[in-house]
Ligand binder design. Structure first.
Ligand code: HEC
Length: 145
């Protein structure tokens, strides 16, 4: 038993030497989303840590294996939808993502439950969800024009 515990401890120590990729690529004002401050503040508190280049990396993200978990969410989140590149997303892709965004906010698939568990303020109230959904719908309309 002692050997297993020591082995595990050694493994966890060694794991700390494997860096997780925690980057914040530069923000280009031409590309990044600019909109109404209420909408922006909702997106920032609930979505931006994984869907922008303005990620606020939490201190516990320095510890492996949590670091791998957090970094992979940010990597995949940015790949799916990056508000820092919002103005350069192709209209067809933007349309698909906005439609999914409406669904994910309504059915609480986003923000990710594990994230909401540790970031209480990322839990959107019914009113806040309505504001976000209305904004996603408005954005969809601008694409139809
Ligand atoms: C903790 C990280 C995290 C947060 C916070 C987060 N997301 Fe995501 N999101 C992801 C990841 C990872 C994916 C890609 C994998 C997946 O679809 O589950 C994703 C995918 C998506 C997609 C594409 C889904 C699809 O099925 O095409 C949309 C849209 C989305 N997120 C919207 C949001 C919105 C809106 C918020 C805020 C209300 C948000 N996300 C908050 C991590 C996050």
């Amino acid at each position: 038993m002692k050997k297993i515990v020591l082995g595990l401890a050694a493994f966890l120590v060694l794991l700390q030497f494997i860096p997780a990729e925690k980057t914040n690529p530069p923000i280009d004002p031409q590309k990044t989303l600019s909109t109404d401050t209420t909408v922006l503040s909702l997106l920032k508190k609930s979505c931006y840590d994984c869907h922008s280049n303005e990620t606020q990396w939490p201190s516990y993200a320095a510890i492996a294996p949590i670091s791998f978990f957090v970094a992979s969410h940010v990597k995949d989140g940015r790949k799916a939808l990056n508000f820092s590149e919002y103005n350069t997303i192709e209209p067809a892709i933007k349309e698909a993502r906005l439609k999914r965004a409406i669904m994910t906010v309504k059915n609480e698939r986003m923000a990710l439950p594990s994230y909401r568990y540790v970031h209480d303020n990322a839990n959107l109230s019914l009113e806040e969800k309505k504001v976000l959904v209305a904004w996603f719908e408005e954005e969809l309309k601008t694409l139809e024009k």
